[in-house]
Design a binder for this molecule. Structure first.
Ligand SMILES: [Ca+2]
Length: 280
């Protein structure tokens, strides 16, 4: 909120165009004053004369233009439409003046002029609006307080959300790290187990190789014994065959001798019989 003196200092010699339409009009300067000094919102109206009806009642009190009335500093003076071809005029009183004339801060009189101080007579004037600066301040304060609490709530929500996201992300990160460590440990354990398994298999393989080599020796030795036994058997067989042959020869000789013996016995018995006949 700005004081009237600051407002004059701020705009004096400058063009104030509040709505961006039709250049810098008297209504524009009033809109800035209404917003920045009195604390009001946009005031509608086709011309300045309309302000006499459309002004915010909670922010201004109306003072009619009676013969002995003089506007005080900060009063918004409103001219009727008859002053300016139906449009009227508006300016803010500086408090300098009497029942014949007064000074005000206005714009666009003469047409196209920037904001400046000018002295007028009371012709064509409805009266003036006396700002209830306290109400304006309260309204402005209430608006700002509402904006503040809205922003505060929003930023609190944003903060809470960020904090939630942060905590969530932190949890996720910790989980990833934990999983990684677990994986590493698990992998190390698996590798150690595999190495142990491989060593065990290698040991088994070398033991089996040794056993095989012992068995190969045994087989070789058994084969040698078998061959030796077979040779002995063959030799015995030869000997046996020779003996059988010999026995056959002997058997033949025995048969011959038996034949001879039988023949001799026969001869003997014949002789014996002859002797008997002879009486020997
Ligand atoms: Ca304008």
């Amino acid at each position: 909120m700005m004081k009237f003196d600051e407002f004059v200092k701020n705009w004096n010699g400058k063009f104030a165009d509040f709505d961006g339409w039709f250049g810098a009009q008297c209504f524009d300067l009033f809109q800035f004053y209404n917003r920045d000094v009195v604390g009001g919102s946009f005031v509608p109206g086709n011309g300045a004369a309309d302000i006499w009806a459309t002004y915010p009642k909670e922010l201004y009190g109306k003072v009619d233009n009676t013969p002995d009335a003089v506007p005080q500093v900060g009063d918004v003076v409103i001219w009727k439409g008859s002053f300016n071809g139906g449009v009227g005029h508006v300016g803010i009183a500086t408090g300098k003046g009497d029942i014949n004339s007064f000074e005000c801060f206005e714009q666009n009189d003469p047409t196209g002029s920037s904001s400046h101080l000018k002295t007028y007579k009371y012709d064509y004037i409805y009266g003036w609006l006396r700002p209830k600066i306290e109400s304006g301040c309260e309204k402005r304060y209430a608006t700002l307080a509402a904006q503040y609490s809205e922003l505060k709530e929003k930023s609190q929500k944003d903060y809470d959300k960020l904090l939630d996201d942060f905590i969530k992300l932190k949890g996720e990160k910790e989980k990833v790290v934990r999983d990684y460590i677990d994986y590493q440990e698990q992998t190390a354990a698996e590798i150690a187990a595999k190495i142990e398994q491989a060593e065990s298999l290698q040991k088994q393989a070398s033991e089996m190789t040794a056993q095989l080599s012992v068995m190969a020796g045994q087989i070789k030795s058994a084969l040698g014994e078998k061959n030796a036994t077979q040779a002995k058997l063959e030799a015995l067989d030869v000997k046996f065959q020779a003996e059988i042959h010999q026995q056959e020869i002997l058997r033949g000789e025995v048969a011959t001798l038996r034949g001879r013996l039988a023949k001799n016995i026969k001869g003997y018995k014949k002789t014996e019989l002859l002797l008997a006949i002879l009486g020997w």
